[in-house]
Design a binder for this molecule. Structure first.
Ligand SMILES: Nc1ncnc2c1ncn2[C@@H]1O[C@H](COP(=O)(O)OP(=O)(O)OP(=O)(O)O)[C@@H](O)[C@H]1O
Ligand SMILES: [Mg+2]
Length: 290
């Protein structure tokens, strides 16, 4: 009998679907609200009673602390701390993908207005997209069309932003065909993908983008596999369970925008016809066997 521990900070539809899938596969799934835990290896909680853990925290920082702790006491968590840390930083993701030759949206990280202007020049000029290094749900990002707007955004970040906003991540603006692609990747294998269509340049479903099925062509399969392998670690050699944002660039083809390590998927099962929650449980069972 297989025992899985699910780390969370509140149950969304996704976590409920994972529990249902566990029932279908007849595996035990223990729900662990990390906010109710006291993490310290001198406290005798028997973390080893589960074969593997999956981290599904909405609060990213609590998720990272929990994964790091379990990793330190040699308990396996998907995703690994290495993968999670890279995905948590857009800049770390850009850097890793570049190092591994995976096509990604050109981007820089800067700390001052002056270097922000120089970075825009290196990116080929305006428009650019300014983001915080670890954002989600399409929040706190700006499409910046000229130098005056850039000055203003940098000033707002510096004066109002707090420590998380003293680093400015600047990306080339990609002219997308009114949509982007969200792919679901399990152990370097692309299993499902949706288009997110929107009139707005920000196409997140959290911001009103409409999901529809995206066919898995060989180029998409390849960029997903290469991304997963770029994130592989000594412990988790296949890249774990990740979701990619992929843009279709008219000239360059597919480009990875970012990678998510605790993906939302409940609205993607119906359009794709793929049970992503079943895939998650299947992946965890396969990992335990390895
Ligand atoms: N450089 C860009 N060029 C064109 N569109 C972009 C660019 N960056 C982001 N977008 C649009 O904004 C959306 C959100 O951007 P991104 O995925 O980087 O942010 P996020 O807040 O981390 O999202 P998530 O909820 O996936 O974590 C993208 O899905 C895309 O539609
Ligand atoms: Mg995204």
């Amino acid at each position: 009998v297989v025992n899985i521990g699910l780390l969370h900070t509140g149950l969304r539809g996704e976590e409920k679907l994972i529990c249902q899938a566990a029932k279908i596969f007849k595996v035990n799934c223990e729900l662990i609200d990390v906010r109710k835990e006291i993490l310290n290896s001198s406290i005798n909680k028997d973390w080893s009673k589960n074969d593997i853990y999956i981290e599904r925290c909405i609060a990213t920082s609590m998720g990272l602390h929990s994964i790091r702790y379990l990793d330190n006491i040699n308990i396996e968590v998907i995703n690994s701390i290495e993968t999670a840390q890279i995905c948590n930083s857009k800049f770390a993701t850009t850097t890793r993908l570049l190092q591994c030759g995976v096509p990604t949206v050109p981007a820089y990280l800067v700390f001052t207005e002056e270097q922000a202007k120089n970075a825009v020049e290196k990116l080929g000029g305006y428009p650019v997209v300014v983001k915080s290094d670890s954002g989600s749900w399409g929040r706190l990002m700006a499409k910046v069309s000229d130098e005056q707007a850039l000055e203003s955004i940098v000033e707002h970040k510096q004066i109002l932003g707090g420590v998380n906003h003293n680093a400015i991540y600047i990306q080339q603006y990609v002219r997308k065909p009114g949509r982007d692609i969200r792919t679901f990747v399990f152990g370097s294998e692309l299993k499902a993908a949706i288009y997110r269509n929107s009139e707005h340049w920000i196409t997140n479903t959290a911001r009103g983008g409409k999901a529809s099925k995206c066919n898995l062509d060989i180029d998409l399969v390849k960029i997903c596999k290469d991304t997963a392998l770029a994130l592989a670690t000594d412990k988790v050699k296949d890249g774990g369970i990740i979701a990619l944002d992929v843009f279709e660039d008219e000239e360059k083809g597919y480009l990875v925008n970012e990678v998510n390590h605790t993906m939302e998927f409940k609205n993607s099962e119906e359009p794709t016809g793929v049970s992503i929650s079943n895939e998650i449980i299947q992946y965890l069972i396969d990992r335990i066997k390895k």
